[in-house]
Design a protein around this ligand. Structure first.
Ligand code: CIR
Length: 253
């Protein structure tokens, strides 16, 4: 699938106040901004026109825009994020997507984070996690089924979201962490399995034939090089401190 647009959001100064389970210490705002700018440039390099939204006051996780919506070729599904402090992020994302897609809203008690949703062509894997419940997954599944897409729920046992562990790196190839290496839900796809010490690199982004991966994961890089696609490495250290990574920082469509 070719993407033409991305929506991103610059982080607030207080990004260290976001939710995290990491023990890597607080992120540095200036460094985070540099890393964010490099990310936006990489998306442009992949041919996308990038919207950069203003920081959202009071929402220190709002630059992880991926969680607030799922954009398909047909609709934009605005989520009901599973973490209470993030629920107020969605109106501004809905406004940003309004010019591009018909908007559909996930309704409580359904909860859904975009980080749990992996779209591969017209199939959706929807992770069931601490953030995404069965009602939320079903609401998204029903919405996309109405446009001829298919979906499968997948239980997420480790990591924050499904895409913390599994991402597409080609139309028939998934990059996965070891627990998903033989997962029956992923049958039919080639799998590149990451070594246990490089799990964070599972959050690699495939955009218009390019692979954007985090720096510092040489073994995964070697495995990805076999695909013969251009690879862009980006430092995501400050976002990792807040449990975030490359896919989280944009909505691509
Ligand atoms: C959170 O816990 O919600 C944020 N600190 C991190 C969100 C990362 N989002 C993503 O992986 N899609």
């Amino acid at each position: 699938m070719t993407f033409t647009h991305a929506i991103t959001r610059r982080p607030v100064k207080e990004l260290a106040a976001g939710i995290t389970t990491s023990i890597l210490g607080p992120p540095d705002y200036i460094k985070a901004l540099d890393q964010f700018n490099a990310y936006v440039n990489a998306l442009k390099q992949c041919g996308l026109s990038v919207t950069v939204l203003d920081p959202l006051d009071g929402y220190p996780d709002a630059h992880f825009v991926e969680d607030a919506a799922v954009v398909t070729p047909d609709i934009a599904v605005i989520t009901n994020p599973g973490a209470a402090p993030r629920k107020g992020e969605v109106p501004s994302i809905a406004a940003a997507l309004q010019p591009f897609r018909k908007i559909v809203w996930v309704q409580p008690p359904g909860t859904l984070d975009g980080g749990d949703v992996l779209m591969v062509d017209r199939h959706f894997f929807i992770g069931l996690s601490d953030r995404t419940n069965e009602q939320g997954a079903r609401q998204l599944g029903d919405a996309v089924t109405g446009f001829g897409c298919t979906w499968t729920p997948v239980r997420v046992a480790a990591g924050l979201h499904f895409k913390s562990s599994v991402n597409a790196v080609g139309s028939d190839t998934l990059l996965t962490t070891q627990p998903f290496a033989d997962h029956p839900a992923l049958a039919g796809f080639h799998r590149i399995v990451i070594s246990a010490q490089e799990e964070y690199a599972g959050n690699t982004l495939w955009v218009n034939g390019h692979l954007i991966m985090p720096t510092g994961f040489p073994d995964t890089r070697k495995k990805l090089e076999t695909l013969g696609r251009p690879i862009i490495e980006l430092d995501t250290s400050e976002f990792r401190k807040m449990d975030g990574g490359l896919t989280c920082l944009s909505l691509r469509f």
